[in-house]
Design a binder for this molecule. Structure first.
Ligand code: IMP
Length: 192
């Protein structure tokens, strides 16, 4: 089957491509020549994933899914959460976001955090939502150069490396996005 993945994030696309079984053909926005920004103005992570799918659905009548991810830090009351992409402000990048988070946690030893991914799917005009969570903690400094976003400062529970020190395969075995994606893949297997 063919499935559109509604993201402009090439890192996400590569992670998801690596995990998709061969009977599912992933169509990227680049494949479609779709360059418009997709709005994500909902107040929740799941709401943003649903909003992205609904937006693409106006253009393409094919099965579509989108993901939205947030990093929730306990000591900051769940910040940056739904604001993870623009934590340091509009026009700022992942380095700025990580620096702000490290600054806010200076001298704080309570560093528990989790990544939460929501995946929304529209298949034959039926919407389904999947969620994946990866527990871990915020490191005191950046480590590693793989991955993207907050990966250099996030260490998943039970590991001694940050996500950015892991290969795509290692991250793909335990990540929030992979967990949500595995549910999506199982669902697609059951409905076919
Ligand atoms: P979005 O899901 O693209 O809206 O991402 C929200 C924010 O979380 C962005 O700053 C991303 O860079 C970051 N992010 C999303 N997924 C990951 C991940 O797997 N690792 C690290 N950061 C991520």
């Amino acid at each position: 089957m063919e499935l559109i993945f509604a993201t402009h994030n090439q890192n996400k696309l590569l992670e998801v491509q690596a995990l998709m079984p061969s009977h599912i053909t992933l169509i990227s926005l680049q494949d479609l020549g779709f360059e418009e920004d997709i709005p994500e103005t909902s107040g929740t992570i799941a709401g943003n994933a649903i909003q992205k799918v609904a937006y693409l659905k106006k253009y393409y009548d094919l099965p579509i899914f989108a993901d939205d991810t947030g990093l929730l830090v306990d000591a900051l009351g769940g910040e940056p959460g739904v604001y993870s992409a623009r934590y340091a402000g509009e026009g700022k990048n992942s380095e700025d976001n990580m620096n702000l988070l490290l600054e806010k946690l200076t001298d704080n030893n309570h560093r528990d955090a989790r990544f939460v991914t929501a995946i929304a799917l529209d298949l034959n005009h039926k919407q389904t939502l999947f969620e994946g969570i990866c527990e871990g903690s915020i490191l005191k400094e950046k480590k590693g150069s793989q991955g993207f976003g907050y990966d250099p400062i996030f260490q998943p529970k039970g590991f001694h490396q940050s996500f950015a020190e892991m290969s795509q395969t290692e991250k793909g075995a335990i990540s929030h996005r992979a967990k949500a994606l595995f549910q999506l893949i199982a669902y697609l297997r059951d409905v076919n």
